[in-house]
Design a protein around this ligand. Structure first.
Ligand SMILES: Cc1ncc(COP(=O)(O)O)c(C=O)c1O
Length: 388
């Protein structure tokens, strides 16, 4: 039995994932097992707990921002994990990945400009664009032979017709689970360069990649123009509640502009707990992450087999990366309302409805699988019982 097999929530907490008020507001009932928000149910790597424990044991919480050590730890990690050499001077710390995206959009575009997203995609992208008074330009992904692909023809047409200034890329892609290949990214970069569009690449899921795929950072293709959100340790190490976000901007002029904006808003420093946990994660978390990836792969294999034999009406898009799975539930032949009734009220499962990620995807569901396999198995058994 691995440590990932145990559910640890029998202590006082206010985790959003389990919060009754949130669940009721979103799913119409709090009587559900939650598989929605991209948090993990797993305990973090022991190295993270040890680092945090040391800080707590000091019992002194003076101002302390060892940011340069954080940047060094991230750079070392990218070199050993992704064979990517990064320049420590190109990092800018922000309080979170979404904060970083919001600042970049505001600084690099004007109100009314077009920002392209590849739908269905993480729902906060559209929110950030709209609340910044910019225009959401959808570039829908295509399904070709059961696999999601980018529609480059549509990218080019919309760049020209919709005043697109930024392409907000999600790599690995939440929720469809693609890890974009080097060739796909090269095509996107070529189009962006041709039309003077900046790619902002959200790579928060970069480390959750399974054997069949290889992660390519935009930073490995073009550092002159495009911007990488190297992300944060949040998803990799399950530390969403304390993680900061990291921008990587090599272009000197853009770097200075963004640094100035971030500093003027006092968003450039996190806190000591976050910093030391991040250093510990990237320095000593490799073994834990390798075990996690094996565990998640085992879970995906189990779900794949279960759906094929027991619930063939539901189609799994086998993820190349992320711990979200994307399910096509159109084979159940139910309306959007009936699907919600079935999943939330009858099976008592809080899966995220596909319509969160794009209005046209009401026949899809996203499930977060970072839970013990026994919990996942129970969920699918419950689903099968109510469908039968
Ligand atoms: C693609 C993507 N970007 C950003 C975030 C959130 O990042 P943060 O909490 O650092 O703002 C998430 C969380 O699920 C995500 O999936």
């Amino acid at each position: 039995m691995s440590s990932f097999d145990t559910l640890h929530n029998n202590y006082e907490h206010n985790f959003i994932k389990y919060n009754a008020g949130f669940l009721k507001a979103m799913f119409g009932t709090a009587d559900v097992t939650p598989f929605w928000i991209a948090d993990m149910d797993f305990k973090v790597a022991p190295a993270i707990t040890e680092a945090l424990q040391k800080i707590v044991d000091r019992e002194i919480y003076a101002y302390e921002f060892p940011t340069h050590k954080v940047f060094a730890a991230i750079s070392d990690w990218f070199l050993k994990r992704h064979a990517l050499q990064l320049d420590k001077k190109a990092f800018i710390q922000v309080t979170g990945v979404l904060t970083g995206i919001a600042v970049l959009i505001r600084e690099l575009t004007n109100e009314g400009d077009g920002i392209m997203i590849q739908t269905p995609v993480y729902h906060q992208f559209a929110n950030i664009i709209k609340t910044s008074n910019r225009k959401v330009v959808n570039n829908p992904l295509k399904i070709v032979n059961g696999k999601y692909q980018m529609d480059f023809k549509d990218v080019e047409e919309k760049i020209k017709s919709e005043h697109v200034k930024i392409i907000l890329l999600c790599n690995p892609h939440n929720p469809v689970g693609r890890v974009w290949s080097k060739e796909e990214l090269q095509k996107l970069v070529a189009l962006a360069n041709e039309y003077n569009v900046t790619i902002i690449s959200d790579e928060i899921h970069a480390d959750i990649v399974f054997d069949a795929a290889t992660f390519t950072s935009i930073a490995s293709l073009d550092q002159a123009k495009h911007i990488t959100i190297i992300g944060s340790p949040a998803k990799t190490f399950g530390m969403q509640g304390i993680a900061n976000g990291y921008l990587y901007i090599k272009n000197e002029e853009v770097h200075q502009k963004i640094k100035k904006a971030v500093t003027s808003l006092y968003l450039d420093h996190g806190n000591a707990l976050s910093a030391y946990a991040t250093i510990a994660a990237y320095t000593n978390g490799q073994e834990w992450l390798d075990e996690l990836l094996v565990y998640l792969q085992k879970t995906i294999d189990w779900i794949h087999d279960f759906l094929q034999t027991e619930l063939p009406q539901i189609q799994l898009f086998t993820p190349e990366g992320t711990y979200q799975i994307w399910l096509d539930v159109s084979g159940l032949n139910l309306s959007e309302e009936a699907l919600k009734e079935l999943f939330f009220h009858k099976a008592k499962l809080a899966f995220t409805p596909g319509s969160w990620f794009d209005a046209n995807h009401s026949q899809y569901m996203r499930m977060n699988i970072a839970s013990p396999l026994s919990v996942i198995k129970d969920a699918f058994q419950q689903l099968k019982t109510v469908i039968d």
